[in-house]
Design a protein around this ligand. Sequence first.
Ligand code: F6P
Length: 364
Amino acid sequence: MKKILVSTGGGDCPGLNAVIRGIVKSAREHGGYEVWGSMEAFNGILLDPPDIVKLTNKKVAGIHTKGGTIIRTTNKGNPLEFPVTQADGSVKRIDRTAELVKKIKKRGFDAVISIGGDGSQNISLALAEKGLNIVGVPKTIDNDLYATDRTFGFQTAVEIATDCFDRLVTTAESHHRTIIMEVMGRDAGWIALHTAIAGGAEICLIPEIPYDIQKVVKKINKRYKKGKGFANIVIAEGAKAIGGEVVGSKSKEVGDTHIKLGGVANLLRHQLEEAGCAGQVRATVLGHVQRGGTPSAFDRVLATSMGVKAFNMVLNKNYGQMVAYKNHELTTVSLEEAVSQYNHVSTDHYLIETAKMMGVSFGD
Ligand code: F6P
């Protein structure tokens, strides 16, 4: 029987389990394939003995409604720069992709389905170049992957953020306060932009448009003068003031090379207070609450269909490609194209115009 190895890499995202179930059910019922999962991305298959699990229909039954991933994930252990702690305590990064490909083939896997964001798909590309039969499935709540209109998990994150935003509006109104809500969005402000429109924010600050604090204060103070007496701001974690830097710190964990963003809402609170903002200012950071819990129906459908599509790509030997959602259809793009750039919010996007016409200020 032919075998497929599945990996989930990077940050978790609502819908990962629905993709896994989509792959397993279609592969077993229609293709006669056996599906295995590598625990914690490719770290599981790299171990000796490997930490891999057979994904049966029974194992995946009902998991489409659950957040997280049953085969777990990690952002530590990029096989291209695998961290190896030396005797003196220093960390050396080594390329283990050739070893990984060898191990996957030795274990009898005919193909790999790699579910992950930009970092994971860069790994997929490197493995494809080393001769591995690999297919990518795009994942990230940030929706920042180029070549796909949507990634699963994004819509759920927007629902969560909008629900939290609505709650902050009533408390801001009651206290005549300005409340800032920080959402995820490292390089792209999609979650912030959608939440600002859905929630009716006065101000939306995103990585793509550095903000002028004087303009933000002017907008708030004008509202107070008019007697509205409160304001709600949504800010993406990767936003920054003109000439400023993003707020975050280097991860202390071996193998995690990302800057840990978070805290820009508090910085903005201080900036507003110093710049003479009327009324009290409060800040709320949503953080990982946006990544947890049950996926929305839309994301379950998208994730399930992406899982099925990925299996069909394996069946048709359509390797070195990633599933993509374009114009309400599932299609495929090369891994090269998928990682060639980010899906930033362009300043001429129709949602920027929508927001501006609705009176939302981007601080520009
Ligand atoms: O890439 C998705 C994301 O949710 C980013 O928005 C955020 O900066 C990052 O993951 C957080 O990652 P971690 O789980 O390592 O804190």
